[in-house]
Design a protein around this ligand. Structure first.
Ligand code: IPM
Ligand code: MG
Length: 368
């Protein structure tokens, strides 16, 4: 691969603080010979303040031309009163839709050192390694009609539409089945086929796809409410979960807490593979902009750094370096370093550090 071009969107809230640690890792990667360059662009509230919109056409174009995008987080109280279609979150959704990033991979991995940090009992989460594959460009997030209409007499009506087509279901199913094939060989498809027609179609199409092309994968189906319950009851029963946009949003937050903290979960949002072998890709932590702790230097940069590891693996084909970065994170945690979100119980043998110190410790382990 020739020089890889990355685009960084630090975004809002804790975004810039955690992205600074990502940038330090990128510097280190470049110094050790990885052929990369990067540029920064504004997204979300930061873009609204400068350009009046959460994502400019120019920034979207750059993201599409980059080999991969690394993102911090968007949103904050400052922009919450703006009209819906110019809020920071619309920038993120515009990026997903604009680059057709239909496949969102959200691995939930419980590092050994953190198995006591989860709000669940240690034996329930120790060794957990699952992936939620969330459909990201369809469903109720984008379905039409949508809006709020005035019915007169002080009565209003809010509408969103849950809609999925055969091809949308098949292409996300394809990614999930493929992922399961490279892992434990099991896929659980999640919907609400007991109440929603879109769920009935989802189940039928996933079943058909499995029979046609993935008969080696053990396929099961689960209703979304049951899946939420099973995730906290016995999460290790799962290997790969495939689900729609809204259920995937909720179930991945739920899965995040199994790993000790929402501050630990990375994600990859991928587009279709192009004929040249490349694909649009945005890597971002699952957590949000955490305005309550922004600017205080205490945010956990690990989800961002683990997102960078996913970028190395999925977009640059740098599996070895990705693994090295993940192992560096593991060693730092084993040594007892914790950002405040990771501290639980009496915190024995643990040293609480801020964003910069955590980033520096990972960098040191990575480079040693
Ligand atoms: C996520 C977030 C986003 C979503 C928000 C910020 C729009 O919660 O990526 O999970 O709902 O998809
Ligand atoms: Mg979410």
């Amino acid at each position: 691969m020739s020089r890889a071009r990355l685009l960084l969107f630090a975004g809002d809230g804790i975004g810039p603080e955690i992205m600074a640690e990502g940038a330090r890792l990128l510097e280190a990667l470049r110094s050790e010979g990885l052929d990369i360059e990067w540029e920064e662009e504004l997204l979300g509230g930061a873009s609204i303040d400068k350009h009046g919109v959460p994502l400019t056409d120019a920034a979207l174009k750059k993201a599409g031309e980059a080999d991969a995008v690394l993102m911090g987080a968007v949103g904050g109280a400052k922009w919450d009163t703006l009209p819906f279609d110019v809020r920071p979150e619309r920038g993120l959704l515009g990026l997903r839709k604009g680059l057709d990033l239909f496949a969102n991979l959200r691995p939930a991995l419980c590092f050994a050192a953190l198995s006591a940090s989860s709000s669940l009992r240690e034996e329930v989460v120790a060794g957990l390694d699952i992936v939620i594959v969330r459909e990201l460009t369809g469903g109720v997030y984008f379905g039409e009609p949508r809006g709020i209409e005035d019915l007169g007499n002080g009565e209003r009506r809010g509408v969103n539409t849950q809609v999925y087509t055969t091809s949308e279901i098949r292409r996300i199913g394809d990614v999930a089945f493929g992922l399961a094939r490279g892992r434990g060989g099991r896929l659980c498809s999640v919907e609400k086929a007991n109440v929603m027609e879109s769920g009935v179609l989802w189940r039928e199409e996933i079943t058909k796809l499995g029979e046609e092309r993935f008969s080696d994968i053990e396929l099961s189906h689960m209703y979304a409410d049951n899946c939420a319950m099973q995730l906290v009851k016995n999460p290790k029963q799962f290997d790969v979960i495939v689900t729609d946009n809204l259920f995937g949003d909720m179930l991945s937050d739920c899965a995040a807490m199994l790993t000790g903290s929402l501050g630990m979960l990375p994600s990859a949002s991928l587009g279709e593979t192009r004929p040249d072998g490349g694909r649009a890709a945005v890597y971002e932590p699952v957590h949000g902009s955490a305005p309550d702790i922004a600017g205080r230097g205490v945010a956990n940069p690990l989800a961002l750094l683990l997102s960078l590891a996913m970028l190395l693996r999925w977009s640059l084909g740098e599996d070895g370096r990705a693994r090295r970065l993940e192992e560096a994170v593991e060693r730092v945690l084993s040594a007892g370093l914790r950002t405040p979100d990771l501290v639980s119980g009496d915190g024995e043998g643990v040293r609480v550090v801020g964003t910069k110190e955590m980033g520096a410790a990972v960098l040191k382990e990575f480079s040693s």
